[in-house]
Write a protein that binds this ligand. Structure first.
Ligand SMILES: CC(C)(COP(=O)(O)OP(=O)(O)OC[C@H]1O[C@@H](n2cnc3c(N)ncnc32)[C@H](O)[C@@H]1OP(=O)(O)O)[C@@H](O)C(=O)NCCC(=O)NCCS
Length: 161
């Protein structure tokens, strides 16, 4: 944070566990109205994560300020992994007030560092929806490449690590 208390792109970015003290500020983070078609609310993501034994999620912080949220499905956390080393970046959001400051990219790079520490992981998968405001360009700049499209029109992509 700057001396004036504002979040600046120079802030230090970290991934932090969510606890009962911070839950409500993470739930309050939101994308803009026209981005809501691209990502579920954090409320929904955290609820869904509790019913997926492969879920791993963190809040993204810029210094002391929560700015976003990332949810991963890490198959190696499952008792009986179906696919060795499979990791899927399931949800990612940066609150509308803090977008275009580099926090999304730096947050994903921290997720990638975590994923690289997991057993047998050689790639990170993700998906996005096409359309005005899609995260496609964001992911392509990080090096993800399209692998196909599912029946719902969701683009699937992979980043080799
Ligand atoms: C996609 C999202 C996470 C990007 O976060 P962000 O913090 O704004 O992105 P960054 O500032 O780190 O941007 C990194 C680079 O990607 C570019 N970028 C960011 N969003 C972009 C978009 N929607 N389309 C194309 N490029 C984009 C930036 O311009 C920047 O490029 P540059 O360094 O060449 O200038 C954020 O816009 C968001 O939460 N969107 C709504 C939810 C969503 O679509 N989530 C992903 C699908 S699950």
């Amino acid at each position: 944070m700057s001396a004036s208390g504002r979040v600046t792109p120079e802030a230090s970015v970290s991934l932090q566990r969510i606890n009962s003290d911070t839950l409500h500020e993470i739930l309050a983070l939101s994308v803009s109205e026209d981005q809501k078609a691209f990502v579920a609310s954090n409320e929904r993501s955290i609820a869904e994560a509790h019913f997926d034994e492969g879920a791993w999620f963190r809040a993204i912080y810029a210094d002391e300020t929560p700015v976003g949220f990332a949810l991963l499905h890490d198959e190696s956390l499952c008792e009986q992994p179906r696919q060795q080393g499979y990791c899927f970046l399931w949800r990612l959001m940066i609150d509308q007030r803090f977008q275009r400051m580099g926090f999304g990219r730096r947050g994903v790079r921290l997720v990638i560092a975590h994923v690289k520490s997991r057993p047998d992981v050689k790639s990170l998968h993700t998906s996005w929806r096409r359309g005005e405001g899609s995260a496609q360009g964001f992911y392509e700049k990080l090096g993800f490449r399209e692998t196909g499209e599912d029946e719902d029109g969701e683009v699937h992509a992979v980043l080799d690590l």
